[in-house]
Write a protein that binds this ligand. Structure first.
Ligand code: ATP
Ligand code: MG
Length: 196
């Protein structure tokens, strides 16, 4: 295991974040917390590219389905009636298709963030997957309000401004998918010695 200060995670400002002019606002929240941007670029990805970003393996499909089950239950809504199925993997596959549409609808800004427990720290700054559930003070909780219920009625992905790797396995895969070693930079921030 590497030092917790050197953990890396991948963040995408999704097309809604870019089109709403929130690139700087999002980036600054990571920087203020003491996290370091070590790679950065804008690109307009293809569906094939995004299909390889979200691998859609069984455990990921399961996780998407389970998150949906909880959200619908909380609202007292019938998952089967709204999603057409209660099968977690089938829900996951449906969401993956919508995600491919969403993330290819405009340019995205991709970055690698490095710093103290970067994967979990960035997730905390990001907020809950569903903006309606995101706490104020998080990126999603301050700038968005979408719900899976609305998204499912409209057959589209939840618009939640950013993507952040969920765990070490996702981070390793996504960093390799988006950046070559020559695009990743090593440097010291002037406040590092004071912060930790
Ligand atoms: P991301 O992986 O994009 O950072 P996340 O890890 O918070 O988000 P995941 O559970 O991995 O959330 O879901 C991936 C993305 O799928 C979500 O960010 C959201 O855009 C979309 N999504 C999830 N559930 C639904 C749903 N029921 N309807 C529409 N879109 C959904
Ligand atoms: Mg995720």
């Amino acid at each position: 295991m590497s030092h917790p200060k050197e953990e890396r995670t991948l963040v995408l400002v999704k097309p809604d974040g870019v089109k709403r002019g929130l690139i700087g606002e999002i980036l600054s929240r990571f920087e203020k917390r003491g996290l370091k941007v070590i790679a950065l670029k804008m690109s307009w990805p293809t569906k094939e590219y995004i299909a390889k970003h979200y691998l859609g393996e069984d455990d990921w499909l399961e996780m998407i389905g389970e998150k949906n089950r909880i959200a619908f239950e909380k609202q007292g809504l019938d998952l089967k009636e709204k999603m057409g199925t209660t099968d977690h993997k089938e829900i996951g596959r449906k969401v993956k298709g919508w995600l491919e549409e969403y993330i290819t609808s405009g340019p995205v800004v991709a970055m690698i963030i490095q710093g103290m427990h970067a994967i979990s720290t960035v997730r905390k700054i990001t907020g809950h997957t569903y903006p309606i559930e995101s706490a104020p003070g998080t990126i999603r909780g301050d700038f968005s309000v979408d719900t899976p219920i609305a998204a499912n009625i409209e057959k589209r992905a939840v618009r939640n401004l950013i993507h952040a790797s969920g765990d070490e396995k996702e981070a390793a895969h996504e960093i390799k998918h988006w950046f070559g070693p020559e695009e990743i930079h090593s440097y010291k921030r002037s406040d590092e010695d004071v912060m930790f």
